[in-house]
Ligand binder design. Structure first.
Ligand code: GLC
Length: 566
């Protein structure tokens, strides 16, 4: 059970064991540290809290944890604004806690991945403070500084022309004037997150050394924040016009311009390979990129034919999934056609920035169970956000009191507009405390007040209640993770979509050598019976799901995992 360093495997194990590197056959659980478990009663989750809950994650069967940033930060973007890459923010604990977390994770045979925010720092980072102080200090060229192309537009007005038309990822110009230095700096995200200048070799070297620092401490890899943003056009050419207002996951053009010169530059693909080489100095380490763009683009960040770029890249288009067999069938087909083996897709349906999947599923637990069955059996690395395993749903917190900076930027837009578009603009809504039990604060904290209010449904939706219910989402996820671990074909086998199945049924075969497992999923609300031969039933999702002799029956939103004769 679990993962062990290869040296601890016996001879026989080695023969039957992995044909793939561990990071291509693992399962990932994302933890937002502020919301997972508060060990010191200050209302904020912390590293000791994660340590105390490691047995929960291990018991569920997840093999790798990705921890959102807990480094020194003014927390203006809740940790995605780093002011010290090798320091732990005091509300999360100390460096000793960080090292203990790595050690305790490894003791359980699990892996741990940190979150590297390389594109930008906080404007409070000492590097930026130094850089903005003058035009000739040692860090003067560490950020992206530009003069205004024209003097003051109107004498005395204080209005200056921006260096070019580039828009930030959050809308509006990403150029911000700094009075101290008398120049504009570029920020791809928010004003207080100035972009580092990776065309300066010193910056790249410093960041790679920080990566090495953590790898040497035993971290198993990184999730890489807005990785496709790191390089901007060297000549600062103007972005062309686009009719598109809102950026989408498969096309980042938006705010009426194409992101031609601000994202996805060729230097970024080389950077992916260089980053990978740094990781490889330490053996098999995971690098999981956050990239916005279509599948051809994802493929480029994964590197050449041998996957020598990032080991994994998120495919965010699927965050907007439609709950139909047709949608998921096409998704698989498209992924397998664009980046097939030896590339490995990541299947992700929510994260700390986006709607929770329950919200998209109309809070229907039957659908959530089927979705988890798909996610944990399809060819790919599943990445599950904390709370998804119990069906936590979006909260609905007031914009004005938001701790997330994004809604403040859009205060002028009425909320119903975002509702209509299905966009969670206040990310606080998906970051509420983990719901452990029925007690005060859902068992998350014993503080009088938690950093965000616990969501109101915690008495029904929590780990303790769901542990007792055999058919709960939580127990479904646990059982599926167990099956995945027992059948190597589910971890690393090939995938073949089954044809000629009844309407609403999705089916695929996973195969590794002579082990063959088949998954049948009913995305419809009516029971379906059809001819199907298999050797043995390994799992059924609803009581109505049966396999008998040569036929399969699937109840509403039912699912079967069957072993096929080899
Ligand atoms: C990524 C993170 C998000 C953060 C942003 C800026 O999209 O997931 O939480 O606000 O980058 O770092």
């Amino acid at each position: 059970m679990g993962l062990f360093p290869p040296s601890k495997l016996g001879f026989l194990d080695k023969i039957t064991a992995m044909t793939l590197p561990w990071y291509h056959k693992t399962t990932i659980y994302q933890i937002y540290p502020r919301s997972f478990y508060d060990s010191n009663a200050d209302g904020i989750g912390d590293l000791q809290g994660i340590i105390q809950k490691l047995d929960y994650i291990h018991g569920l069967g997840f093999e790798t944890m990705w921890i959102s940033p807990f480094f020194a930060s003014p927390q203006a973007d809740l940790g995605y604004d780093v002011s010290g890459y090798t320091d732990v923010a005091p509300e999360y604990g100390t460096m000793a806690d960080g090292l203990k977390l790595i050690e305790e994770t490894h003791q359980r045979g699990m892996r741990i991945v940190f979150d590297m925010v390389m594109n930008h720092t906080s404007s409070e980072h000492p590097w930026f403070k130094e850089s903005r102080a003058s035009r000739d200090n040692p860090k003067a060229d560490w950020y992206i500084w530009k003069d205004s192309p024209r003097p003051l537009l109107e004498e005395g007005s204080g209005v200056r022309a921006k260096p070019n038309n580039w828009q930030s990822l959050t809308g509006g110009s990403g150029w911000h004037f700094d009075r101290q230095r008398g120049q504009f700096y570029w920020a791809s995200f928010l004003k207080f997150q100035p972009d580092l200048n990776y065309r300066n070799p010193e910056v790249k070297k410093t960041m790679f050394d920080i990566v090495r620092f953590w790898l040497a401490k035993g971290v198993d890899g990184f999730r890489l924040d807005i990785f496709n943003v790191i390089f901007k056009d060297a000549e600062f050419r103007a972005n062309p016009f686009s009719f598109k207002l809102i950026p989408t996951d498969d096309d980042p053009s938006g705010f009426f311009q194409q992101a031609k010169y601000t994202l996805n530059q060729p230097e970024g693909f080389e950077f992916a390979e260089q980053f990978r080489q740094v990781c490889d100095e330490f053996g098999e380490r995971l690098s999981l990129g956050e990239v916005s763009g279509n599948r051809q683009l994802i493929r480029k960040f994964l590197g050449g034919q041998k996957n020598d770029g990032l080991t994994l890249v998120f495919d965010f288009a699927m965050l907007n999934f439609k709950f139909t067999a047709g949608y998921f069938g096409e998704l698989i087909q498209d992924i397998e056609a664009t980046y097939p083996d030896p590339f490995m897709p990541v299947y992700v349906f929510s994260n700390h920035d986006r709607r929770r999947s329950m919200d998209r599923l109309g809070n229907d637990l039957r659908k959530a169970r089927l979705l988890s069955m798909f996610q944990l059996t399809v060819r790919g690395v599943p990445c599950m956000y904390y709370g998804e395993e119990i069906g936590m749903t979006n909260s609905r917190l007031p914009f004005a009191a938001a701790l997330d900076p994004i809604p403040h930027k859009f205060q002028f837009v009425p909320r119903f507009v975002f509702d209509m578009l299905g966009i969670t603009i206040n990310r606080d809504d998906v970051r509420t405390p983990m719901q452990w039990d029925e007690s005060v604060n859902a068992g998350f904290s014993s503080a009088p007040q938690t950093w965000l209010p616990v969501y109101e449904n915690y008495r029904e939706v929590n780990v303790e209640v769901e542990n007792k219910d055999r058919s709960s989402l939580l127990n479904t996820v646990r059982t599926l993770l167990n099956i995945r671990r027992d059948f190597q074909s589910l971890q690393e086998g090939s995938l073949e979509l089954l044809k000629d199945l009844p309407h609403h049924i999705l089916g695929y075969k996973r195969r590794l050598q002579n082990e063959m497992v088949c998954v049948l999923l009913n995305f419809g609300e009516t029971q379906k019976t059809f001819p199907f031969s298999a050797e043995e039933r390994l799992f059924h999702l609803t009581p109505a799901d049966v396999h008998q002799e040569n036929s399969a029956r699937l109840g509403a939103y039912g699912g079967l995992i069957l072993k096929l004769a080899s």
